[in-house]
Design a protein around this ligand. Structure first.
Ligand SMILES: [Zn+2]
Length: 63
C-alpha cells in the first residue's frame, strides 16, 4: 500500500504545496489532523490547515 503526500492549497494565493507529511491511507482516515501550521513556499503565508483542507496525492512508484 502506497503512502500519500499531504498537499494543501494556500489560503492566500491558492497555489498547492507539499506539506512534507507522508501518511498511509489508514492513518489519514483515522487521524484527526486538527490545526496544523504550514507555511506556503510561494507567498510565505503561515496558516492553519485542518483535515478537510488536505489533498492527498499518491506517491509515485519508485524505480
Ligand atoms: Zn501562498
Amino acid at each position: 500500500m502506497g503512502k500519500f503526500r499531504l498537499v494543501v492549497a494556500c489560503k492566500r494565493c491558492g497555489r498547492e504545496f507539499d506539506t512534507g507529511r507522508r501518511m498511509d491511507r489508514r492513518s489519514f482516515q483515522r487521524g484527526t489532523l486538527a490545526a496544523n501550521y504550514h507555511t506556503c513556499p510561494h507567498c510565505g503565508t503561515r496558516e492553519t490547515y485542518r483535515k478537510a483542507d488536505y489533498l492527498i496525492r499518491e506517491e509515485p512508484p519508485r524505480y
